[in-house]
Design a protein around this ligand. Structure first.
Ligand code: HH2
Length: 287
């Protein structure tokens, strides 16, 4: 299947261009102490800025900053708490790095304050669940990641069920693309994400990864987050901190199948693996 080359733009900055062959790397800064993969390592704005600087030096093209863990079973935090964590951290990171900053939030108010503090992408795991989110994105002409989730973090892994998981995820993402565009967010500002592990069993995740090319043709740049996820843990039998090799393998497979951005914790090894792929001309069979 031919994978279309698309642009992804956020507040006038081109994050993915049509001529990019290799995927872009989104490095993760988690401010939630309960984050499943690396919680508690970054707390203060200075620590967040130092971590972002490190990820940028390791080869991250974009830094994703999140204040609220979305791990299965989590019940979320208040608006005030999320703002307290995210706003000063984004301001500190914006002063410390050149790479664009994304805010991982499902609250429109947090997104608006993060954009005002220097972020340019809203990474929304509820794909416009907050009715004001599209309005905020349009006002700032922000980039937006629309992610698929079945249920909410509190209950999503209780009993995920689908008829045809790829078709259902694709239909929901296509509908959210149209909703964002209707609210005034340019289509080239939109990225989509199947939401690995968000209301999906191992089989659902593997099916989506096998069929990823179908999502790459929906008209928006495809972003994936597989890093350290429980599917890697189930396959390898490793705890989150020991899932780097499995995560790098998954990121490469996803990129081969059309992912233009990979969201990862381990930036340096992912960058090295992408360089080897690029040296071998592995992306060149695309349209
Ligand atoms: N996964 C997580 C959080 N945000 N955003 C997108 N677009 N795609 C993802 O797959 C995704 C995401 C969960 O991972 P992590 O941030 O490491 O964990 P936690 O939510 O516990 O902080």
């Amino acid at each position: 299947m031919r994978i279309p080359r698309l642009r992804w733009v956020a507040r006038g900055r081109v994050i993915v261009s049509e001529s990019d062959l290799a995927p872009r790397i989104m490095g993760i800064v988690n401010l939630d102490p309960g984050s499943f993969s690396d919680g508690g390592r970054v707390v203060t704005p200075d620590q967040a800025a130092a971590r972002a600087r490190q990820l940028e030096a390791e080869g991250a093209d974009l830094i994703d900053v999140g204040g609220e863990s979305t791990r299965p079973g989590s019940s979320g935090i208040t608006l005030e708490e999320e703002l307290r964590r995210v706003e000063p951290a984004i301001a500190a990171i914006a002063a410390a790095i050149r790479a664009p900053i994304s805010v991982d939030t499902s609250k429109a108010e947090v997104a608006a304050r993060a954009l005002a503090a220097g972020a340019c992408v809203i990474n929304d795991v509820t794909a416009l669940g907050d009715p004001r989110m599209a309005e905020v994105a349009a006002e700032y002409q922000a980039g937006v990641v629309l992610m698929h989730m079945q249920g909410s973090p509190r209950d999503m892994q209780t009993n995920p069920h689908y008829g045809d998981v790829t078709a259902e995820v694709a239909a929901m993402l296509a509908e959210r693309i149209d909703r964002a565009a209707a609210a005034g967010v340019p289509r080239e500002n939109l990225a989509i994400d199947p939401g690995f592990g968000f209301g999906k069993t191992l089989e659902h995740n593997l099916m989506l990864l096998r069929n990823l090319e179908r999502l790459a043709t929906l008209g928006a740049v495809l972003l994936v987050g597989l890093s350290r996820k429980s599917m890697i843990g189930t396959i390898t039998g490793r705890e989150p901190g020991e899932r780097t090799a499995g995560s790098v393998a998954a990121a490469l497979v996803a990129a081969e199948r059309g992912a233009r951005v990979v969201r990862v914790h381990d930036v340096a090894p992912t960058r090295h693996a992408i360089r080897v792929y690029s040296a071998l001309g592995c992306w060149e069979n695309e349209s």
